[in-house]
Design a protein around this ligand. Sequence first.
Ligand code: GLY
Length: 427
Amino acid sequence: MKKTVRVISFICALVMIFSSCATEKPVEITFQDNPVDRDNYVSNVTDPGIERSAEYLSSPKLTHEDVKHALDFIMSKVDDNVSTFVDKYPGSYGEDLTYPQTDNTGWTEGFFIGMIWLAYEYTGDVKYKLIATKHCDAMRKRLEDNISLEHHDIGFLYYPSCVKGYFLTGDEKMKETALMAADKLLTRYNEKGKYIQAWGEFGAVEESRLIIDTMMNLELLYWASEESGDKKYFDVANEHAKTTAMVIMRDDASTHHTFYINPETGNPSHGVTDQGLNDDTAWSRGQAWGIYGFNISYKYTGNPLFMQEGTKTTNYFLNHLPKDNIAYWDLSFTDGNEPRDTSAAAICASGLIDNYKYYDNEYKDIYLGAAHQILKSLSQKYTTRGAYSNGVLREGVYSYHDDLGINTPLIWGDYYYMEALMKLWTM
Ligand code: GLY
C-alpha cells in the first residue's frame, strides 16, 4: 500500500513539473548560450512567391502624363502648406482630413521638409530650396537643444530633411547636422544584443526591444559612414539589420512588429505587436517598413541575406492585398470594411521601385509592375482631390488600438507617395 502511494506521489510531482514548464513563457532563444554565426546565418523562412505575378506583369503601367498629373496635385498641397506651416509643422495625422499645426517635437517633421525638397527637385524652383533650408536650420536647433530625440526615429527626422537637402545643395551645415544626428542615433545601440533600442529608457529590461520600423532609420547611419569615412555607423546599422533579420521574420515571411531582447544578456525573447491586430498577425505598415528597410541594408552592404528576407517580406505583403492593391491596416484582412492604410501602400510602392532597381532576382519586373498598380490605385481612388484638406492621401491608419488617426491623411503616407512618384518621374 505504502509503495502504491509513493508511486502515485511521484507521478503527481512529475505532472506538476511538466505543467509548470509548459506555462512558463516566453521561451528564450538563447543567442548567448548557443551563439548564432552572424556572418553565415541561413534563414529557414520560406519564400511564398507572388500569387498575382501575371497580373502585375501585364497590367498597363502609369504613363509619364499620369505621373505628372499625380505630382501636380501633390504640388498644389505643398504650395498651400509651405505658406501655412512657417514655424510650425503638419501633425503626424489629419483631423477631419486636415493636419493641425504642431511644434517641431514629434517624429514626423522630416517628412514635411522632405516633401519640400522633392518639390525643389521636381520644379527646380529656388523658393523651395530657401524654405526647406530654413526648416533644416530648425532641425539643427532641435538637435542642439536635444528636444524629444530619445528614440530611434532620428533617421525619419534627419534623412529626408538634412541628408536630402545636402544631396541637392551641397550645404555643409546640413551635412554636419545629419552627422550629429547619426551620432545621436548611435547612443541607442545595445552592443550585447547588437540592436538599436526603439523606444523608452535605454537599457531598461521592460522597454528593450527592436522594431521593424527602425530598418528605415539605418539609412542615416550607412550614409554617415560613407560621408565621414568612419565605419562605426555602418557597423551598427549592419549588425542591427542582421539581428532584425534573425528575429523579426516568422516562418511564413510575415513579420513581428516588435521583438524584445534582454539588454543584459543579449538574448532575444519574444515578438509583440504594438500597432497590428495582434501578436500573431502582420501589421501592414510594419511589413512595408520591412520591404523598404531590408532593401536599404542590401543596397549599402550587398549582403544577400537582406535581399532574401526583403524579397520574402515583399511577397508576403503582395499576397495579402485586396483586389485594388491598397492594404488594410493589418494584413490579416484581405476584404471587407476594415480601414485601409494608404501609407503602407505608399511605403511599399516606393520600396518596390527600389527592389526593381537593386534586387537582381526573378521578381524585379513584377515588383515594378506592382508598384505601378499600387500607385495607380492610390492616385485614382485615395487622394483628397475635391475635398477640403491639406493632406494628399485619404484613408491612412496611424494607431488603431489608440483610436488615433484612422481614415485620415498621414504625413509620411503623403511623403512616400510623392517619393515613389518622383522615382518613376526620374526613371
Ligand atoms: N514608425 C511609426 C509608425 O509607423 O507608426
